[in-house]
Structure formats: C-alpha cells, structure tokens
Design a protein around this ligand. Structure first.
Ligand code: ARG
Length: 457
C-alpha cells in the first residue's frame, strides 16, 4: 500500500507509476535525505514527540539504510516513486510502528527542497574547488608563457600583438568571476526550508532553529508558501554553471583552432584526444569539442528551468519534480568540464616559435605605428590614413614594414625617424604599452602577482 493509500480505493495505473517515478534520478539525494531525516528525528525528540529509544531506533535504522544504499544492497522500485518514499518505507520495514512517526510535521515538499539545498551545498563547493584548481593551473601556465608573443585576434584576423599569457589570463578572469558567482549562489542555497510543511507550517511546535543549527544552515526560510514553491536557487545554480560552460566552451574553441595544422600554435595532450577509426594520422580534440557540445545541453537545462517555473501557481506542483534532471545534468557536466580543462591547461604543448613567427610576420604593429605618429603631433585619424596607405602599398609590393627604409617611410610622413624601427618591434610594443590592463609585460607581471595573492587568500 502507498503511504497515501488511505484515501484511495483503486490501485495506481502501472503506466502512471512509471510516468511519475523519479527514483531513477533522485536517488542521488539519498545521503542528504537521510541526514535531513536524522536531524528531524533529533528535533522531534527534543520537542517531546519521540522518546529517546524511539529516536535512537530511527537514527540507527537511517544509518543502516545509508550503508545498504552505499553497498548496493537496497532495492529500488517505481512503485515507491521517489527517494523519500523509498527511505521511509524501508525504515518502517526495519523498525515497524516507530518508523511511522518520522514524517511528523514534515511534507515531501519541504523535504525535497531541503535535500536539494544540501546536495547543492556539496556540489557547489566541489565546483568552486575545481575552479580554484583550474585558476591555479592558468596562473602557472601564464607564468611560463609571459614571454610567448603571439597575435591577438578580432574577427579571427590578426589584430594586435599580445602574449599567450595575456590570452590565458583573459580566461582566468572569466573563470574567476565564475568562482565568485558560484560562491554567491552558495549563499542563496544556504537557507533551511524544512519546517515549512506542505505549504503552511504546522500546529506541532517544530523547532526549526534547532534543525538549522544541526544541519549547519545560516538561516531559516521565512514564508512557508514561498519556501516549498521556490526554485530560484536551482535557476541560479544552473545559470552560474552555464556561465562556466560558456567560458570553457569559448576557451575550448580557441584551443581547437590553435591546435589545427593551419595554426599549429598548440598541441593537445594525447590523453584528451582520440584517434580515427579510419585515418591513422588523426588526433582529434574530442574533449574540447565535447565541452563545446555539452554546453548546449546545459543552456537547455537553464531554459527548461525557466519555462518550468513560468506560470506555475503557488505552491508545490508536481511539475517541480522536473527540476532535478536539468539540475543534476548541469552540475555534473560543469564539474567534469572544469576538471577536463584543468588537465588540458596543464598538459598542453605550446609551440612558442610558431606563435612568435605569426606575430612577427604581420602588419599588426600598424596600430603602434599610427600611435607613434600621434605621439608626434599628427591627429590620429590622419595617422590612421597614412599607415593604412602604407599597408596597402606594402601588400601590393609584397613587402613587410621591416622591408621599408627610413627614406621610404619619410615619403609617408616627415615625422618618422630611426626609432620607428624599434617602436614597431613586437617585443618593444609589449614593453611600451602604458594602460592598466594592457597586453604589456609589466601589466601581465602585475596581474600574475596580484592573482597569486588572491588565490592564496
Ligand atoms: N519527488 C517529488 C519531487 O521531487 C517530491 C515531492 C512530492 N510531493 C508531492 N506532494 N507529490 O518534487
């Protein structure tokens, strides 16, 4: 018989059982469900609903159930719907009548909200730590690539000289924002919902503060109706991990392009690549492609959650059960993707000479050439025109800037002097840039130093 069987005459349609069961995915909540139930039992004892022996029996049995599930000795079945019902049924099976007291003052509505918040406390802290490791990896790698000169791109065209360290630090800062965002979501999650009941609280004097303390939450939720209907914390989580995925996906895309034979800027670690069943020479960047690919599904998870909540009346509706698969998927994918990217950053081979060659054989110093003229009194728009004309002429004559003599240059502007040669040397450009945040040796050094202290704090 079902836990709610008293009110029903007929049996549940088997198709309905299969349709409504969530045990296939919500079993992952079991540890939290058991720990939440233990705290609830302790509280029921404190307020006099459970005698000491009853409380001990319940807590002991819940502990045994944890071992059974861990050891794969627990039987799951669709007829029991979800993890909460499975655990309660097993508890009653083990200790009989006493087990029937556990659900006093509690509903699955506040119970499931509790389980998910406990699950997210753990998962968000795992993701935060994984991001921390990746950030460290990026800083370590950036330190090694401080002198690695390469082109920076806009529109996928060579734009201005940068270093690979600067490129990596761009991702570092994105992921640092992600880490801070994940921590903030952790604060949203940190509210105890248990004690809200089905939607309206209870005539039983449940001590919510006591449960809060036991389970280590920072605060108790305020409004019982809001509490059981609220999934903001799920949306916030998926949003935060979707952002992580977007950043990783962009990073992955850069590395995929840089690893092509055409670029040959980097070579990915063998462990993260796969071969072809037909073409013996292939080494494919599947790990990074999968990060890019899986990002779409995580974005889908975010949209599933948005549309699930839109138009949902107060308070709990069974629709809310559909929050779990997107949430678990988004969280699990992000956790793995961050770890994969960490391995990639650590193991990637950087072909410094290829990058440097690309930076030197280019008209990228055109900007600094125009700035040279500007610093010597020529209005920038005019300087832009002068250098633009030079690039056009060079291209026609199949020359680079460095093939031009001072005399050639002076035909474009009288202010050109012999110091122009070093002003447009990529290395010199990286020394000369003056602005905060610029791709310059000094700024990269400063950023690395300050971020190392952020990571130590
Ligand atoms: N499995 C349900 C869920 O995940 C638990 C809450 C069920 N509550 C109810 N009144 N049917 O949302």
């Amino acid at each position: 018989m079902k836990a709610w069987g008293g009110r029903f005459k007929g049996e549940t349609e088997p198709l309905m059982e299969r349709f409504s069961a969530s045990i296939g995915f919500d079993w992952v909540l079991y540890e939290y469900d058991l720990d939440g139930s233990k705290a609830h039992a302790e509280m029921l004892h404190k307020i006099g609903i459970l005698g000491v022996a009853e409380k001990e029996a319940i807590v002991g049995a819940l502990e045994e159930i944890k071992q059974e599930i861990r050891n794969d000795e627990f039987t799951f079945s669709d007829t029991l719907e979800d993890i909460h019902m499975h655990i309660e049924a097993r508890l009653i099976e083990k200790i009989g009548e006493v087990g029937k007291k556990l659900h006093t003052g509690r509903s699955r509505n506040d119970q499931v909200a509790l389980d998910m918040r406990m699950y997210l406390r753990k998962e968000l802290s795992d993701i935060e730590r994984a991001l921390f490791r990746l950030l460290n990896g990026l800083i370590e790698r950036a330190e090694k690539e401080k002198e690695t000169i390469m082109p920076g791109y806009t529109h996928m065209q060579r734009a201005q000289v940068v270093t690979f360290a600067h490129h990596l630090l761009a991702y570092y800062y994105m992921l640092k924002r992600d880490r801070e965002r994940i921590k903030r979501v952790g604060e949203s999650v940190d509210t105890l919902p248990l004690g809200s009941g089905a939607l309206a609280g209870s005539t039983i004097p449940l001590d919510r503060e006591y449960v809060r303390e036991k389970l280590g939450f920072s605060r108790v939720s305020e409004n019982s109706m809001d509490t059981v209907a609220d999934r903001d914390f799920v949306l916030e989580t998926i949003y935060a991990v979707a952002m992580v995925m977007i950043h990783l996906s962009r990073f992955a895309e850069d590395m995929i392009i840089f690893s092509t034979e055409e670029f040959s800027f980097v070579s990915l670690p063998d462990e993260l690549c796969t071969g072809s069943s037909l073409m013996p020479h292939k080494k494919n960047p599947d790990s990074l492609e999968l990060i890019r690919g899986k990002t779409s599904r995580v974005i889908g998870d975010l949209f599933s959650m948005f549309s699930l909540l839109k138009g949902l009346p107060l308070t709990y509706n069974r629709d809310l059960q559909e929050d779990k698969e997107p949430l678990f998927h988004a969280v699990g994918t992000a956790k793995d993707a961050v770890a994969i990217m960490e391995l990639c950053v650590k193991g990637i081979l950087v072909r410094r000479e290829r990058m440097e060659q690309a930076a030197y054989k280019s008209f990228m110093p055109a900007v600094e050439m125009a700035e040279y003229l500007t610093l010597r009194g020529i209005p920038f728009r005019q300087a832009h025109g002068i250098v633009g004309k030079m690039v056009r002429d060079c291209e026609e004559q199949n020359k680079g800037f460095h093939d031009m003599t001072i005399e050639d240059l002076k035909t474009y502007s009288q202010v050109f002097d012999s110091d122009i040669v070093e002003s447009i040397d990529p290395r010199m450009i990286l020394r000369n840039r003056k602005t905060i945040g610029a791709a310059s040796f000094d700024e990269i050094e400063r950023q690395i130093t300050s971020e190392k202290s952020y990571l130590r704090s």
